[in-house]
Write a protein that binds this ligand. Structure first.
Ligand SMILES: Cc1ncc(COP(=O)(O)O)c(C=O)c1O
Length: 372
């Protein structure tokens, strides 16, 4: 009798979507129901679920978590000649959304342990042209939000929260995205829930919500009319995506708990390795990715890849991007951005897999020659 060949171990993706039979069933039902695909009742239902979960009065969903921020700036009245403070550690979408409305992003260094914008440095970056702050809660970690709200109120600035990575994360019981006048979220594939692409804006302000709805729908009061009394574009969502989003929202609580548990598992397994730094993370934070900071992350990435484990280098500091040449010094951003690695973080990951990843990291550092 011959033994069957051993199956090659499956590659562990750093991130992957998780769609189960519920989504498939609801999608099939929708597609055979005669729905018009474009945004309508399902989108309203999805918006209602996000508003209820976050506690916001209004939710407006849009095509993605980049144009969402541009819609927020337009609704507030930000445009050419205005400056918006942006952290130097973020996804490129944060400054790009400022550029899309013709305003200028002004980079500000970040601070540990959150890697969010440093408020003292933000104060120094203010000019008479500063009109807004794009406060990113990176990986669900937020700086002292009350202090930021007071800072923005004191200087007459629009606080726009880029909470793209923060669905499910709170501070003092308040959902992130609710401290600013507007909060923005993303539903791209790596996020805690996904609709493939998609974004959401939350606000308690009736007038801002009304303006955002018009801006994303060609500047008209409602679908079916073709009179436009303000400039708008087509940044709409679809009911097809909403069907997925509704089913994913039903699992959000479970995913939030799972993301927290996964982060803690990584933390306790990696704690004893002196080369590995993990950031202090509050119990109200649901990190979308488990992030570690190590010397030479490329070498660890290559090692893990050779062991069928996918990881991803964290975002480079924005000031290092050729499209944002910036004078000045950003020591914290540059330090953390050059050392960061995202570990496998899909909600569907089992504890066994997390333990295996940690064993490989430990083995890498145990066998690596010490620097110096
Ligand atoms: C902090 C941050 N802002 C904005 C975005 C952009 O969102 P989207 O990909 O939906 O346009 C992302 C996406 O990863 C993000 O992480």
């Amino acid at each position: 009798m011959t033994t069957p060949p051993k199956a090659a171990p499956a590659f562990i993706n750093q991130m992957e979507p998780w769609i189960d039979e519920n989504e498939v069933r609801h999608m099939t039902e929708y597609l055979t129901s005669g729905g018009w695909l474009t945004e309508f009742a399902k989108t309203k239902e999805f918006e209602g679920m996000i508003a209820q979960y976050t506690g916001a009065k209004h939710c407006v969903v849009v095509a993605n978590g980049t144009v969402s921020m541009s819609v927020a700036y337009w609704a507030w009245g930000i445009g050419p000649g205005d400056e918006v403070l942006v952290p130097d550690v973020t996804m490129i979408a944060t400054p790009n959304a400022v550029r899309l409305v013709g305003a200028t992003p002004v980079l500000v260094d970040v601070e540990p342990p959150t890697l969010c914008m440093n408020i003292a440095l933000a104060e120094r970056a203010l000019t008479p042209r500063t009109k807004a702050v794009a406060l990113v809660s990176l990986n669900g970690r937020a700086p002292g939000m009350t202090a930021w709200k007071e800072f923005c109120d004191a200087h007459g600035l629009f606080l726009m929260e880029d909470a793209a990575q923060s669905l499910g994360s709170f501070q003092g019981g308040v959902h992130l995205g609710r401290f600013g006048a507007i909060g923005s979220f993303s539903f791209s594939t790596p996020k805690i829930i996904t609709t493939g692409q998609g974004g959401a804006l939350i606000t308690d302000d009736d007038e801002l919500a009304h303006r955002m709805r018009k801006i994303k729908d060609f500047g008209r009061e409602r679908g079916g009319t073709d009179w436009h009394d303000m400039m708008g574009q087509n940044f709409k969502f679809t009911d097809v995506q909403a069907v997925l989003g509704i089913e994913q929202m039903k699992k959000l609580e479970w995913r939030v708990a799972r993301k927290k548990a996964m982060y803690r598992r990584y933390e306790s397994a990696l704690r004893g390795i002196p080369q590995v730094e993990m950031l202090a993370t509050s119990d109200e934070t649901a990190p979308w990715f488990a992030d570690i900071y190590v010397p030479e992350p490329e070498r660890l990435r290559d090692h893990l890849k050779s062991r069928m484990i996918g990881t991803r280098l964290v975002y480079p500091a924005i000031n290092k991007q050729s499209i944002y040449p910036t004078e000045g010094s950003f020591p914290v951003s540059e330090d953390y951005s050059s050392r960061g690695l995202w570990l496998p973080s899909a909600s569907s990951l089992s504890d066994d897999v997390i333990d295996r990843v940690c064993d490989e990291i430990r083995e890498f550092f145990n066998s690596a020659p010490r620097a110096g």
